[in-house]
Ligand binder design. Structure first.
Ligand SMILES: Cc1cc2nc3c(=O)[nH]c(=O)nc-3n(C[C@H](O)[C@H](O)[C@H](O)COP(=O)(O)O)c2cc1C
Length: 232
């Protein structure tokens, strides 16, 4: 049976909830491996003066209901220091070969510790070591100093690695604990736009908005989505 979410245009009567559509598009792009890192999304944040900056991160969880998107990163990085001072962020997925774009605006909160622990534990030791070894966004004198810093921090944690960091010297199997400065960020959308490429640039677009009422420092009570078709 054809996937009902993969139509060339959005239905005439817009769906009630864009998150299931967005989730289906992401799953499709991932299943089809349309490119390397099909879960890559551009994340835009603003600093305390309102100056925007953007970078690519990987979407590691897409939770359609109640509706949030998770990526993992260093909590001392520029992006997290910006979203701590202003939680309003923007995400953009784009799959050129599928002619689809998803834009998300919303509010960022840090993930619960259990979510960060579970994901960190699932990572390869090399990525775990990298999370300990790099003070993301901070300056460093040289690449050599960086590699030495990663090796030294690994040794302090009981992981011996080869000089090129490619293999464990000893012990042969070792999982590291999650660094306190590393974990997930949940983006709760209050606006989602689905965009489908059309012929002669007559694309199909619709935007859905909802209210978010803060429950506590990690979650929101979300209102119902309202969808509007917009011109290309
Ligand atoms: C394909 C791709 C995927 C990336 N995924 C992540 C990610 O999931 N988390 C992350 O912290 N950085 C990721 N990065 C690196 C970021 O783009 C960025 O360089 C880094 O997070 C530092 O950003 P900041 O200094 O603005 O905080 C990725 C980069 C690329 C090109």
């Amino acid at each position: 049976m054809a996937n009902p979410y993969l139509t060339p245009t959005l239905p005439a009567a817009l769906p009630d909830d864009p998150m299931h559509w967005a989730d289906a598009w992401l799953r499709h792009a991932t299943a089809e491996a349309v490119r390397r890192n099909p879960n890559a999304m551009t994340l835009a944040t603003v600093d305390a003066d309102g100056r925007p900056s953007s970078r690519v991160v990987l979407c590691k969880q897409f939770v359609a209901n109640p509706g949030y998107i998770v990526f993992f990163t260093n909590y001392n990085s520029r992006k997290v220091s910006e979203l701590r001072s202003d939680p309003r962020v923007s995400l953009c997925f784009h799959w050129d070969s599928l002619g689809r774009q998803i834009r998300v605006d919303g509010l960022a909160v840090l993930s619960p510790a259990e979510e960060s622990d579970a994901y960190f534990a699932s990572r390869h030791w090399g990525s775990q070591l990298g999370a300990w070894g790099s003070d993301q966004s901070a300056p460093i004198e040289s690449r050599d100093v960086l590699l030495r810093q990663i090796r030294d921090r690994g040794r302090e944690l009981g992981i011996g690695v080869s000089d090129d960091l490619q293999s464990l010297v000893e012990p042969s199997e070792r999982a590291l604990p999650r660094p306190p400065h590393w974990g997930g960020v949940r983006v709760w959308p209050d606006s989602v736009e689905l965009w489908l490429e059309g012929e002669d640039r007559v694309h199909d677009r619709a935007v859905w908005t909802r209210t978010l009422d803060r429950q506590d420092d990690r979650s929101f009570r979300a209102g119902r989505w309202t969808g509007t078709r917009i011109q290309p």
